[in-house]
Design a protein around this ligand. Structure first.
Ligand SMILES: C[S@@+](CC[C@H](N)C(=O)[O-])C[C@H]1O[C@@H](n2cnc3c(N)ncnc32)[C@H](O)[C@@H]1O
Ligand SMILES: [Zn+2]
Length: 358
């Protein structure tokens, strides 16, 4: 394998030379430099835990787990089914002079025979994380955090509704807020797996991009409170209003404006961020900066869709002008990292549309 030596954060790593290998699951050991953001944020979150013990379940080169050992002062176990990966992880551990335990096993097999529990477990597979959720949850300590990546965004964002139903058991369609909906469907899946095992999990941080979604959930106590946040979403693509329902309707549902609503979900409807955790996170990361400024409410209005719908009325004010207008009315409003054209606000759609021309 042709390796190059890099430094990510404060951690040195031997990784496959990106110029020599195609970036796919057939790489001798998988490493994607672009996922640095994912690893940076993980380090930041694990730093907030007290003397953590972490598990990097699908570790590849060990980049993430080793960064936790070096930069977040965590004890770490790392695992990968690929023998070349396990070998490289050991080499990288030596390079950083950290003492970690390395396993070379199939993830669920390893967890099934292990009695260890962790304050942080990282699940970073190729594609969907669903096969690894149950076993990971079973090994998560109270107050511990589970970090889950999903790269099957076409299923989660509604491009392939059947794949979403098969893997995540939620109805889905491409909509104006597909990245947030995808993230909330992923959360729902993790939360439901937890509930089935009598474990309450609550999201504390999430971020999404075109290529992947990443959610962090903390093991908490209150099962009932968690369950109440899983609902169906009725979304009108015509007047942009939405509402939540506990049950799937038996017939098609019309919105107040007369149009049939899209029925999506079930999905997580509650808060996405733990404010205390957000405050503790570093401001040096651009995505985290954006998220810190984001209003933590459900959904967003899409500026492009609004302009299209209202083009006969005239040009829309700029996004930042709209946001200022909403704030002046006493409502919350912000941009959102989920979409460059999204506006998050607690102002209802009707008032939002009226305000655009006031
Ligand atoms: C996306 S990569 C992990 C990347 C790594 N977390 C990082 O930040 O660089 C997924 C890894 O999971 C490993 N893998 C896939 N299926 C597995 C399984 N069932 N058990 C254990 N490892 C597995 C692959 O060999 C690959 O190294
Ligand atoms: Zn409507």
């Amino acid at each position: 394998m042709e390796l190059i030596k890099i430094t990510e954060g404060q951690t040195k790593l031997w990784v496959p030379d990106a110029e020599k290998y195609k970036l796919d699951s057939k790489m001798p050991v998988f490493f994607n430099q672009v996922m640095r953001l994912n690893r940076d944020i993980t380090v930041d979150i694990v730093k907030t835990l007290d003397k953590p013990k972490s598990l990097d379940l699908l570790a590849g080169t060990g980049a993430k787990g080793l960064r936790l050992a070096v930069e977040a002062n965590s004890k770490v176990d790392l695992n990968d089914a690929n023998p070349s990966a396990a070998k490289l992880i050991k080499r990288n551990a030596k390079l950083n002079k950290v003492s970690v335990e390395v396993f070379n096993d199939s993830a669920n097999k390893l967890l099934r025979k292990s009695r260890r529990t962790y304050d942080f477990i990282d699940v970073d597979p190729f594609g969907t994380p669903v096969p690894f959720l149950q076993e990971s949850i079973a090994h998560l300590r109270k107050g511990g955090i589970l970090g889950v990546t999903a790269t099957d965004t076409s299923a989660l964002c509604g491009t392939y509704p059947k794949a979403c139903m098969r893997k995540y058991e939620s109805l889905n369609r491409k909509t104006q807020m597909m990245f947030e909906i995808g993230t909330r469907i992923l959360i729902k899946k993790v939360v439901s797996e937890g509930l089935n095992m009598g474990v309450a999990l609550e999201p504390v941080f999430v971020h999404s991009s075109n290529h992947y979604m990443r959610v962090y959930l903390r093991r908490v106590e209150n099962l009932r409170k968690i369950r109440k946040n899983l609902k169906f979403l009725f979304l009108c693509s015509d007047c942009f209003t939405w509402k939540f329902e506990d049950k799937l309707p038996e017939t098609k549902v019309r919105c107040g404006c007369g149009t049939y609503s899209e029925v999506l979900g079930p999905l997580w409807t509650g808060s996405l961020y733990d404010k205390k955790l957000l405050k503790q996170m570093s401001d040096s990361n651009k995505t985290v900066q954006k998220i810190k400024e984001e209003v933590d409410v459900f959904g967003y209005y899409d500026y492009h869709m609004m302009s299209k719908k209202l083009e006969d009325v005239g040009e829309l004010p700029k996004m930042d002008v709209i946001i200022e207008k909403i704030r002046k009315k006493g409502f919350k409003a912000s941009r959102t990292h989920f979409s460059p054209t999204g506006i998050k606000t607690n102002l209802p759609a009707k008032s939002f549309l009226r305000l655009l021309y006031s």
